[in-house]
Design a protein around this ligand. Structure first.
Ligand code: UDP
Ligand code: MG
Length: 314
């Protein structure tokens, strides 16, 4: 049995040494398994790549794939998935927020044969601001309602899965990738393994609040067309309202004449309807822009350096 570990790294020079030590220990404690570690350097600007090269020199289980620029974590994970050779594959962050010590337990659960994947779920959000936790809880609730991505509250990208699931994920070659949704969409039986949130060993998070906001709206658009439905339903609603209002005004004018009044309310209504129209148009525009990117069919990532000979480029 071979297990592939996929680790996206972006400016992780400080986290890599402790991570590698931890991985060495964990893999050493599982002598019945072969391991492969795929580090994907997502266009780091610090010493991440030289460190990876050094590690790969010393440990032949290590593959590094270095991108020509920063393509984002989703692209880095996809590059990893496209290049796994193991029977099982796991994705994990480089900052040790996904504790390597969970791997043996995850493997044990897969070995029972009852599940196709084991996903880590944070039970606490220690070290995260209250507002951020609140918004992210709302996001999971909303996603559960409007999409079939089947996401769990506190789900992380830390997952171990069987080869079949990896192949399914690779077959989803969309450019707008939202892994949390993809993992859920492909189905398969998932065991949710709870764990306590840990703070990163070194360095800083790459996520700003607005970065997360964009990530979540992208996620919704990738897995749900509900916003489009909202736009058309609100259009229908206002059409009915205006017809009702028209009839009312008509009858009132017939009965009581038509004194000129109501300028402020007219302006309010015009502004309101104008707003709704632009909003709906905006939603449509968002979907069209996604289609535009998708249709161009550009590569997900561009590899500039690697130590693997037959690398898969997608
Ligand atoms: N990452 C990446 N490309 C990016 C941003 C992040 O490969 O453009 C990697 C990063 O090196 C880390 C993981 O994705 O291994 C998670 O990033 P981070 O810890 O910043 O996110 P958080 O844990 O705060 O959600
Ligand atoms: Mg992190």
């Amino acid at each position: 049995m071979k297990i592939s570990l996929i680790i996206p790294c972006y400016n992780e020079e400080e986290s890599l040494p402790p991570l590698y030590e931890a991985l060495k220990e964990v893999t050493g404690s599982m002598p019945n398994y072969d391991f492969e570690m795929i580090f994907v350097d997502d266009g780091s600007k610090d010493r991440t790549l030289p460190i990876l090269k050094e590690l790969a020199e010393a440990d032949e289980r290590i593959t590094y794939i270095s991108f020509s620029r920063n393509f984002g974590k989703e692209a880095a994970m996809y590059a990893g998935f496209c290049n796994v050779s193991g029977d099982y594959a796991a994705v994990m962050d480089a900052d040790m927020q996904h504790p390597p010590s969970l791997i043996p337990e995850m493997v044990k659960i897969l070995e029972t044969g009852e599940y196709d994947s084991v996903a880590a779920r944070r039970t606490t959000r220690k070290g995260e601001s209250k507002i951020r936790s609140f918004f992210s809880r709302c996001f999971y609730k909303l996603m559960g309602k409007i999409s079939d991505a089947n996401m769990k509250q506190g789900a992380t990208d830390f997952r171990l899965m069987r080869r079949e699931m990896v192949d399914a994920i690779v077959s989803m070659s969309e450019n707008n990738r939202f892994s949390k949704g993809i993992f859920g969409w492909v189905g398969f039986k998932t065991y949710w393994l709870p764990y306590e949130n840990v703070e990163r060993v070194a360095g800083k998070t790459k996520w700003s609040f607005f970065g997360l906001l964009k990530y979540s709206t992208d996620g919704i658009m990738s897995f749900s067309t509900t916003p489009l439905k909202i736009a058309s339903w609100s259009g229908l609603f206002f059409t009915f309202c205006s017809i009702a209002l028209l009839i009312f005004v008509f009858i009132r004018a017939a009965l009581y004449g038509d004194p000129v009044a109501g300028w402020p309310s007219t302006i309010c209504i015009i502004l309101f309807i104008g707003g709704v129209q632009l909003f709906s148009l905006g939603i449509m525009g968002q979907y069209i822009s996604k289609m535009y990117v998708e249709v161009k069919n550009r590569p997900h990532y561009i590899v500039s350096q690697t130590n693997k000979k037959d690398i898969v480029r997608k």
